[in-house]
Design a protein around this ligand. Structure first.
Ligand code: KMH
Ligand code: ZN
Length: 310
């Protein structure tokens, strides 16, 4: 019988969607991002997907100086694969967004596969008071966001980062993004095995249900055959259910406070590690095993933690 593949847990620690008002658990200082990332790795995450934020206000940042204070500390304390976002701040140019990956040459970074509406403005209605000045406008104003990832942007990002031998987490928010990815592979921008993150439940992308997961997986099978590995991210309350379903379907999964602030419907998570521990327990209870960082490196064909620049 074929050996069962282990499940890779990615933890997306802070992101650029949620704001400090929404949860006391959302890490944004350098120290909190460091501590929570290490705890998430200890709990079973073999990949840490990282964004930076302003240390004082929690505003999303792509400033190199906002990454440096935590990248080295996380690397020293864990063996986890570091994945640096090239997505966001969502409204910045691709040139600004890829600077952290270009500077630090991590084992992985995100690569968003299409332009889209990307909004979380409905969240604004839940809060009367905000901890920081920037938050209200940022959240409310996201109804005017275009998350720009044109073919030209993707080409520029891929070509700029190619010398770094970084494995991309291809963020696909809808079926068209899979076709964009196929086109980019056909013109030689990305080589197999590619790693696709199927994303469900972002306002602007495909909805969060199992039917859509099966559809995205079937479409990817058709386009990429054996040339891809895959993982699932469900936004908000869909996070745990879709993650568990993905592991049962032979895929990998992503949790973390970037994607959901909840531990169960209606209850805020106390930390990233709490979400990782929960999904690990579910995966193991259902008879699968979670991958160690080195197993994740093997499954995804990564360059190795000794070839990063931080
Ligand atoms: N926030 C997620 C829905 C990125 O960092 O490039 C997608 C994401 C994008 O993680
Ligand atoms: Zn991200």
């Amino acid at each position: 019988m074929a050996k069962q593949q282990k499940t890779i847990i990615t933890c997306a620690v802070t992101g650029a969607i949620h704001t400090p008002t929404m949860s006391d658990a959302l890490p944004y200082t350098y120290d909190d991002i460091t501590t929570q990332a290490i705890a998430a790795a200890d709990a079973g995450a073999s990949i840490l997907h990282l964004h930076a934020r302003n240390n004082k206000t929690g505003a999303p940042s792509v400033d190199i100086d906002d990454f440096s204070p935590f990248l080295g500390r996380i690397k020293q304390a864990t063996d986890a694969v570091i994945n640096i976002s090239t997505g966001g701040s969502l409204t910045l140019s691709i040139q600004d967004r890829i600077k952290p990956a270009k500077t630090f040459s991590p084992e992985m970074c995100s690569m968003n596969m299409g332009s889209m509406n990307f909004s979380f403005h409905p969240l604004a209605g839940r809060y009367d008071e905000w901890a920081f000045d920037w938050e209200k406008d940022y959240v409310e104003g996201s109804d005017g966001n275009i998350f720009r990832n044109t073919f030209r942007d993707i080409k520029e990002a891929a070509e700029t980062l190619a010398p770094h031998d970084i494995k991309f987490e291809h963020e696909c928010y809808d079926a068209g993004h899979l076709y964009n990815l196929k086109f980019c592979m056909d013109i030689g921008l990305f080589k197999a095995p590619i790693f696709i993150q199927f994303i469900f439940g972002i306002l602007g992308g495909i909805g969060a249900d199992v039917d859509n997961l099966v559809f995205m997986k079937r479409t990817a099978d058709k386009l990429f055959g054996d040339d891809y590995r895959w993982s699932v991210l469900g936004a908000g309350g869909a996070q745990m259910g879709l993650a568990a379903t993905a592991s049962q379907m032979g895929g990998h999964l992503r949790v973390g406070l970037e994607d959901s602030l909840l531990i169960s419907r209606g209850a805020l998570a106390t930390s990233n590690a709490q979400q990782v521990a929960k999904i690990r327990r579910i995966v193991e209870d259902l008879g699968s095993q979670v991958a160690t960082p080195d197993e994740a490196r093997e499954i995804l064909d990564l360059k190795g933690g000794d070839r990063v620049k931080f």
